[in-house]
Write a protein that binds this ligand. Structure first.
Ligand SMILES: *Cc1c(COP(=O)(O)O)cnc(C)c1O
Length: 362
Protein backbone atom coordinates (compact mmCIF):
# COMPACT_ATOMS: atom_id res chain seq x y z
CA UNK A 1 0.00 0.00 0.00
CA UNK A 2 1.19 3.52 -0.81
CA UNK A 3 1.99 5.71 2.16
CA UNK A 4 1.69 9.46 2.27
CA UNK A 5 5.48 9.81 2.37
CA UNK A 6 5.76 7.96 -0.97
CA UNK A 7 3.82 10.71 -2.76
CA UNK A 8 5.44 13.87 -4.13
CA UNK A 9 3.69 15.98 -1.49
CA UNK A 10 4.88 19.55 -0.68
CA UNK A 11 7.96 19.38 1.60
CA UNK A 12 6.35 21.68 4.16
CA UNK A 13 3.42 19.26 4.58
CA UNK A 14 5.60 16.18 5.28
CA UNK A 15 5.10 14.82 8.79
CA UNK A 16 2.04 17.00 9.53
CA UNK A 17 -1.10 15.58 11.17
CA UNK A 18 -4.61 16.56 10.03
CA UNK A 19 -7.38 17.95 12.24
CA UNK A 20 -8.94 14.92 13.83
CA UNK A 21 -11.36 15.42 16.72
CA UNK A 22 -12.79 11.91 17.24
CA UNK A 23 -16.24 11.33 15.70
CA UNK A 24 -17.58 8.42 17.74
CA UNK A 25 -21.17 7.25 18.07
CA UNK A 26 -21.68 8.01 21.77
CA UNK A 27 -24.73 8.96 23.78
CA UNK A 28 -23.09 12.11 25.16
CA UNK A 29 -20.95 13.90 22.55
CA UNK A 30 -19.49 16.87 24.43
CA UNK A 31 -16.21 17.21 22.53
CA UNK A 32 -16.54 19.74 19.69
CA UNK A 33 -18.63 22.52 21.25
CA UNK A 34 -21.70 22.00 19.09
CA UNK A 35 -25.09 23.22 20.30
CA UNK A 36 -26.43 19.84 21.47
CA UNK A 37 -30.09 20.94 21.28
CA UNK A 38 -32.07 19.92 18.19
CA UNK A 39 -33.39 22.80 16.04
CA UNK A 40 -37.11 23.57 16.49
CA UNK A 41 -39.37 21.51 14.21
CA UNK A 42 -41.14 24.57 12.77
CA UNK A 43 -37.82 26.05 11.72
CA UNK A 44 -36.74 22.71 10.24
CA UNK A 45 -39.90 22.70 8.15
CA UNK A 46 -39.26 26.21 6.85
CA UNK A 47 -35.69 25.24 5.94
CA UNK A 48 -36.92 22.19 4.02
CA UNK A 49 -39.34 24.38 2.05
CA UNK A 50 -36.51 26.76 1.20
CA UNK A 51 -34.35 23.82 0.09
CA UNK A 52 -37.18 22.51 -2.08
CA UNK A 53 -37.33 25.89 -3.82
CA UNK A 54 -33.57 25.80 -4.36
CA UNK A 55 -33.75 22.33 -5.95
CA UNK A 56 -35.97 23.70 -8.71
CA UNK A 57 -33.25 26.18 -9.71
CA UNK A 58 -30.29 23.90 -9.26
CA UNK A 59 -29.57 23.60 -12.99
CA UNK A 60 -28.15 27.15 -12.70
CA UNK A 61 -25.13 28.29 -10.68
CA UNK A 62 -26.07 29.94 -7.37
CA UNK A 63 -25.78 33.68 -6.68
CA UNK A 64 -22.01 34.14 -6.60
CA UNK A 65 -22.45 37.18 -4.35
CA UNK A 66 -24.92 35.39 -1.99
CA UNK A 67 -26.61 38.76 -1.57
CA UNK A 68 -29.69 37.58 0.32
CA UNK A 69 -27.51 35.72 2.81
CA UNK A 70 -25.18 38.69 3.33
CA UNK A 71 -28.18 40.96 3.91
CA UNK A 72 -29.63 38.50 6.43
CA UNK A 73 -26.28 38.19 8.23
CA UNK A 74 -25.82 41.96 8.35
CA UNK A 75 -29.30 42.30 9.84
CA UNK A 76 -28.52 39.63 12.42
CA UNK A 77 -25.20 41.24 13.44
CA UNK A 78 -26.53 44.80 13.74
CA UNK A 79 -23.80 47.34 14.59
CA UNK A 80 -24.87 49.34 11.52
CA UNK A 81 -23.42 46.70 9.18
CA UNK A 82 -24.65 46.32 5.61
CA UNK A 83 -24.29 43.43 3.15
CA UNK A 84 -21.17 45.05 1.63
CA UNK A 85 -19.31 44.63 4.93
CA UNK A 86 -20.23 40.97 5.37
CA UNK A 87 -18.76 37.90 3.68
CA UNK A 88 -19.61 34.21 4.16
CA UNK A 89 -18.07 30.83 3.42
CA UNK A 90 -18.43 27.12 4.16
CA UNK A 91 -17.70 27.47 7.86
CA UNK A 92 -15.52 30.09 9.45
CA UNK A 93 -12.63 27.73 8.75
CA UNK A 94 -13.01 28.59 5.06
CA UNK A 95 -13.20 32.28 6.00
CA UNK A 96 -9.81 31.88 7.72
CA UNK A 97 -8.40 30.02 4.73
CA UNK A 98 -9.51 32.75 2.31
CA UNK A 99 -8.10 35.41 4.62
CA UNK A 100 -4.71 33.69 4.72
CA UNK A 101 -4.77 33.11 0.96
CA UNK A 102 -5.30 36.83 0.43
CA UNK A 103 -3.17 38.35 3.19
CA UNK A 104 -0.77 35.55 4.18
CA UNK A 105 0.98 32.92 2.08
CA UNK A 106 4.63 32.13 1.36
CA UNK A 107 7.02 34.69 2.84
CA UNK A 108 4.35 36.01 5.23
CA UNK A 109 3.59 35.23 8.86
CA UNK A 110 0.65 35.08 11.25
CA UNK A 111 1.01 35.57 15.00
CA UNK A 112 -1.09 33.47 17.38
CA UNK A 113 -1.21 32.93 21.15
CA UNK A 114 -1.39 29.21 22.06
CA UNK A 115 -3.16 27.41 23.47
CA UNK A 116 -5.68 28.56 20.90
CA UNK A 117 -7.94 27.14 18.19
CA UNK A 118 -6.07 24.17 16.72
CA UNK A 119 -7.19 25.00 13.17
CA UNK A 120 -5.42 28.36 13.12
CA UNK A 121 -1.91 26.83 12.72
CA UNK A 122 -3.25 24.08 10.44
CA UNK A 123 -4.80 26.57 8.00
CA UNK A 124 -1.63 28.67 8.22
CA UNK A 125 0.32 25.58 7.19
CA UNK A 126 -2.07 24.73 4.36
CA UNK A 127 -1.68 28.23 2.90
CA UNK A 128 2.11 28.31 3.36
CA UNK A 129 1.89 31.07 5.97
CA UNK A 130 4.49 30.94 8.78
CA UNK A 131 2.80 30.47 12.19
CA UNK A 132 4.64 32.39 14.90
CA UNK A 133 3.60 32.26 18.53
CA UNK A 134 3.90 34.24 21.74
CA UNK A 135 3.10 33.46 25.37
CA UNK A 136 -0.07 34.40 27.21
CA UNK A 137 -0.33 35.89 30.70
CA UNK A 138 -1.25 33.80 33.76
CA UNK A 139 -4.49 31.81 33.41
CA UNK A 140 -4.35 32.25 29.61
CA UNK A 141 -5.29 35.94 29.78
CA UNK A 142 -4.12 38.44 27.13
CA UNK A 143 -3.33 41.94 28.36
CA UNK A 144 -2.78 44.83 25.93
CA UNK A 145 0.90 45.01 26.95
CA UNK A 146 1.49 41.30 26.27
CA UNK A 147 -0.07 41.43 22.82
CA UNK A 148 1.66 44.67 21.84
CA UNK A 149 5.08 43.32 22.94
CA UNK A 150 4.53 40.16 20.86
CA UNK A 151 3.54 42.17 17.78
CA UNK A 152 6.55 44.46 18.17
CA UNK A 153 8.99 41.56 18.51
CA UNK A 154 7.61 39.46 15.62
CA UNK A 155 6.23 42.04 13.10
CA UNK A 156 3.63 39.62 11.69
CA UNK A 157 1.55 40.20 8.55
CA UNK A 158 -1.56 39.00 10.41
CA UNK A 159 -2.47 38.73 14.10
CA UNK A 160 -5.03 36.12 15.21
CA UNK A 161 -6.99 36.56 18.44
CA UNK A 162 -9.68 34.12 19.50
CA UNK A 163 -12.28 35.88 21.66
CA UNK A 164 -13.43 34.05 23.76
CA UNK A 165 -10.48 31.72 23.29
CA UNK A 166 -10.85 28.05 22.39
CA UNK A 167 -9.85 25.73 24.18
CA UNK A 168 -9.57 27.81 27.35
CA UNK A 169 -12.78 29.91 27.27
CA UNK A 170 -10.80 33.01 28.23
CA UNK A 171 -12.34 36.39 27.32
CA UNK A 172 -10.20 38.95 25.48
CA UNK A 173 -10.77 42.52 26.69
CA UNK A 174 -11.69 45.09 24.05
CA UNK A 175 -8.67 47.14 25.19
CA UNK A 176 -6.40 44.26 24.08
CA UNK A 177 -8.02 44.22 20.64
CA UNK A 178 -7.74 48.01 20.29
CA UNK A 179 -4.08 47.94 21.37
CA UNK A 180 -3.29 45.07 18.97
CA UNK A 181 -4.83 46.99 16.09
CA UNK A 182 -2.82 50.11 16.90
CA UNK A 183 0.41 48.09 17.17
CA UNK A 184 0.19 46.25 13.82
CA UNK A 185 0.17 47.47 10.25
CA UNK A 186 -1.15 44.07 9.19
CA UNK A 187 -4.55 42.41 9.40
CA UNK A 188 -6.02 41.88 12.89
CA UNK A 189 -8.36 38.88 12.83
CA UNK A 190 -10.67 38.28 15.79
CA UNK A 191 -12.34 34.85 15.82
CA UNK A 192 -15.63 35.33 17.68
CA UNK A 193 -17.04 31.82 17.14
CA UNK A 194 -18.48 31.85 20.68
CA UNK A 195 -19.63 35.48 20.91
CA UNK A 196 -23.29 34.63 21.56
CA UNK A 197 -22.31 32.88 24.81
CA UNK A 198 -20.55 35.93 26.29
CA UNK A 199 -22.20 37.43 29.38
CA UNK A 200 -24.87 40.01 28.50
CA UNK A 201 -23.35 43.43 27.95
CA UNK A 202 -19.88 42.12 26.98
CA UNK A 203 -18.84 44.19 23.96
CA UNK A 204 -17.95 42.48 20.68
CA UNK A 205 -15.01 43.45 18.47
CA UNK A 206 -17.72 44.36 15.93
CA UNK A 207 -18.08 47.62 17.86
CA UNK A 208 -14.48 48.49 16.90
CA UNK A 209 -14.96 48.10 13.12
CA UNK A 210 -15.75 51.74 12.14
CA UNK A 211 -12.53 53.41 11.00
CA UNK A 212 -10.44 50.22 11.30
CA UNK A 213 -10.13 48.84 7.76
CA UNK A 214 -7.59 46.15 8.75
CA UNK A 215 -9.82 44.62 11.46
CA UNK A 216 -11.71 41.43 10.55
CA UNK A 217 -14.21 39.80 12.92
CA UNK A 218 -15.50 36.29 12.18
CA UNK A 219 -18.55 34.47 13.48
CA UNK A 220 -20.07 31.09 12.75
CA UNK A 221 -23.50 29.48 12.62
CA UNK A 222 -21.89 26.25 13.91
CA UNK A 223 -22.06 26.93 17.65
CA UNK A 224 -24.80 29.07 19.24
CA UNK A 225 -26.88 28.91 16.06
CA UNK A 226 -27.14 25.09 16.11
CA UNK A 227 -26.15 24.81 12.43
CA UNK A 228 -22.78 23.01 12.49
CA UNK A 229 -23.79 20.48 9.84
CA UNK A 230 -24.75 23.18 7.33
CA UNK A 231 -21.23 24.72 7.29
CA UNK A 232 -21.80 28.47 7.40
CA UNK A 233 -19.25 30.96 8.75
CA UNK A 234 -18.97 34.67 8.05
CA UNK A 235 -17.02 37.82 8.73
CA UNK A 236 -17.64 41.50 9.16
CA UNK A 237 -15.04 43.99 7.97
CA UNK A 238 -14.51 46.95 5.69
CA UNK A 239 -16.04 46.15 2.25
CA UNK A 240 -12.52 46.26 0.77
CA UNK A 241 -11.72 43.04 2.68
CA UNK A 242 -14.47 41.25 0.73
CA UNK A 243 -12.88 42.60 -2.47
CA UNK A 244 -9.62 40.95 -1.41
CA UNK A 245 -11.35 37.63 -0.73
CA UNK A 246 -13.06 37.72 -4.15
CA UNK A 247 -9.57 37.30 -5.62
CA UNK A 248 -9.00 33.94 -3.90
CA UNK A 249 -12.39 32.33 -3.32
CA UNK A 250 -13.57 29.65 -5.71
CA UNK A 251 -16.42 30.81 -7.94
CA UNK A 252 -19.87 29.98 -6.53
CA UNK A 253 -18.27 28.70 -3.32
CA UNK A 254 -21.56 28.76 -1.40
CA UNK A 255 -24.02 26.26 -2.86
CA UNK A 256 -27.63 27.21 -3.54
CA UNK A 257 -28.61 24.78 -0.75
CA UNK A 258 -26.28 26.37 1.78
CA UNK A 259 -27.54 29.84 0.93
CA UNK A 260 -31.22 28.83 1.06
CA UNK A 261 -30.87 26.92 4.33
CA UNK A 262 -28.90 29.69 6.03
CA UNK A 263 -31.29 32.46 4.95
CA UNK A 264 -34.27 30.40 6.16
CA UNK A 265 -32.58 29.71 9.51
CA UNK A 266 -31.70 33.40 9.95
CA UNK A 267 -35.41 34.23 9.45
CA UNK A 268 -35.88 32.39 12.75
CA UNK A 269 -32.84 33.69 14.62
CA UNK A 270 -34.57 34.12 18.00
CA UNK A 271 -35.90 30.53 17.89
CA UNK A 272 -32.54 29.14 16.75
CA UNK A 273 -30.83 30.96 19.62
CA UNK A 274 -33.51 30.13 22.21
CA UNK A 275 -31.31 27.51 23.85
CA UNK A 276 -28.31 29.80 24.39
CA UNK A 277 -29.49 30.88 27.86
CA UNK A 278 -29.91 27.21 28.86
CA UNK A 279 -26.42 26.39 27.59
CA UNK A 280 -24.93 29.36 29.44
CA UNK A 281 -26.65 28.16 32.63
CA UNK A 282 -25.06 24.70 32.15
CA UNK A 283 -21.65 26.28 31.52
CA UNK A 284 -22.02 28.29 34.73
CA UNK A 285 -23.03 25.10 36.53
CA UNK A 286 -19.83 23.40 35.29
CA UNK A 287 -17.84 26.41 36.53
CA UNK A 288 -19.33 25.91 40.02
CA UNK A 289 -19.52 22.12 40.23
CA UNK A 290 -16.10 21.19 38.81
CA UNK A 291 -14.31 23.07 41.65
CA UNK A 292 -16.66 21.37 44.14
CA UNK A 293 -15.31 18.06 42.78
CA UNK A 294 -11.74 19.25 43.40
CA UNK A 295 -10.79 20.52 39.93
CA UNK A 296 -9.75 23.96 38.83
CA UNK A 297 -12.12 25.35 36.20
CA UNK A 298 -10.92 28.26 34.09
CA UNK A 299 -13.11 31.32 33.55
CA UNK A 300 -15.15 30.76 30.37
CA UNK A 301 -17.24 33.07 28.19
CA UNK A 302 -17.94 30.21 25.73
CA UNK A 303 -20.10 27.07 25.72
CA UNK A 304 -17.35 24.86 27.15
CA UNK A 305 -15.12 24.69 30.21
CA UNK A 306 -11.44 23.79 30.51
CA UNK A 307 -10.60 22.18 33.84
CA UNK A 308 -7.38 20.85 35.28
CA UNK A 309 -6.06 19.04 38.33
CA UNK A 310 -6.15 15.58 36.67
CA UNK A 311 -3.18 13.26 37.27
CA UNK A 312 -3.83 11.39 34.04
CA UNK A 313 -6.22 13.18 31.65
CA UNK A 314 -6.12 10.30 29.13
CA UNK A 315 -7.21 7.83 31.82
CA UNK A 316 -10.15 10.07 32.78
CA UNK A 317 -10.97 10.61 29.09
CA UNK A 318 -11.10 6.82 28.57
CA UNK A 319 -13.08 6.16 31.76
CA UNK A 320 -15.70 8.69 30.64
CA UNK A 321 -15.79 7.17 27.15
CA UNK A 322 -16.54 3.78 28.73
CA UNK A 323 -19.59 5.52 30.22
CA UNK A 324 -20.59 6.75 26.72
CA UNK A 325 -19.37 10.33 27.36
CA UNK A 326 -16.97 11.88 24.86
CA UNK A 327 -15.10 15.03 25.92
CA UNK A 328 -11.82 16.52 24.63
CA UNK A 329 -8.17 16.09 25.51
CA UNK A 330 -6.71 19.32 24.12
CA UNK A 331 -3.14 18.36 25.04
CA UNK A 332 -2.77 20.71 28.02
CA UNK A 333 -1.08 19.14 31.06
CA UNK A 334 -3.53 17.70 33.59
CA UNK A 335 -6.50 19.21 31.74
CA UNK A 336 -9.59 18.28 29.73
CA UNK A 337 -12.28 20.37 28.00
CA UNK A 338 -16.01 19.66 28.14
CA UNK A 339 -18.86 21.22 26.14
CA UNK A 340 -21.88 22.54 28.06
CA UNK A 341 -24.75 20.41 26.76
CA UNK A 342 -28.34 20.05 27.82
CA UNK A 343 -29.08 19.85 31.54
CA UNK A 344 -29.34 16.07 31.22
CA UNK A 345 -26.03 15.75 29.36
CA UNK A 346 -24.24 18.02 31.83
CA UNK A 347 -25.65 16.01 34.74
CA UNK A 348 -24.49 12.76 33.12
CA UNK A 349 -20.98 14.16 32.74
CA UNK A 350 -20.74 15.56 36.28
CA UNK A 351 -22.18 12.39 37.82
CA UNK A 352 -19.75 10.16 35.92
CA UNK A 353 -16.82 12.36 36.87
CA UNK A 354 -17.83 12.27 40.55
CA UNK A 355 -18.16 8.46 40.31
CA UNK A 356 -14.56 8.21 39.15
CA UNK A 357 -13.43 9.33 42.61
CA UNK A 358 -11.77 12.41 44.03
CA UNK A 359 -9.67 14.71 41.85
CA UNK A 360 -6.01 13.79 41.83
CA UNK A 361 -6.71 10.17 42.69
CA UNK A 362 -6.43 9.07 39.04
C1 LIG B 1 -15.75 25.83 16.33
C2 LIG B 1 -14.89 26.99 15.98
C3 LIG B 1 -15.02 27.59 14.74
C4 LIG B 1 -16.10 27.13 13.81
O1 LIG B 1 -15.70 26.70 12.64
P1 LIG B 1 -16.76 26.46 11.47
O2 LIG B 1 -15.86 26.18 10.33
O3 LIG B 1 -17.53 27.72 11.33
O4 LIG B 1 -17.62 25.31 11.88
C5 LIG B 1 -14.23 28.68 14.44
N1 LIG B 1 -13.36 29.16 15.33
C6 LIG B 1 -13.24 28.63 16.54
C7 LIG B 1 -12.31 29.22 17.52
C8 LIG B 1 -13.98 27.50 16.90
O5 LIG B 1 -13.84 26.95 18.10
Amino acid sequence: MTELGDLPIRDDLRGKTPYGAPQKPVRYALNVNENTHAIPEGVARHIVEALAGAVLGVNRYPDREFTALREALAGYLGHGLTAAGVWAANGSNEIIQQLLQAFGGPGRSVLGFPPTYSMHPIIASGTGTRWVTAERDADYALSPATVVAAIESTSPDLVFLCAPNNPTGTPVPLETIEAAYAATSGILFVDEAYAEFMPAGTPSALSLLPGRERLVVSRTMSKAFAFAGARVGYLAADPAVADALRLVRLPYHLSAFTQAAAVAALDHAPEMLAMVDDIVAQRDRLLTELPALGYRAFESHANFVLFDGLDDPQATFRALLERDILIRDVGLPGALRVTAGTEEETTAFLTALADLGPAGAR
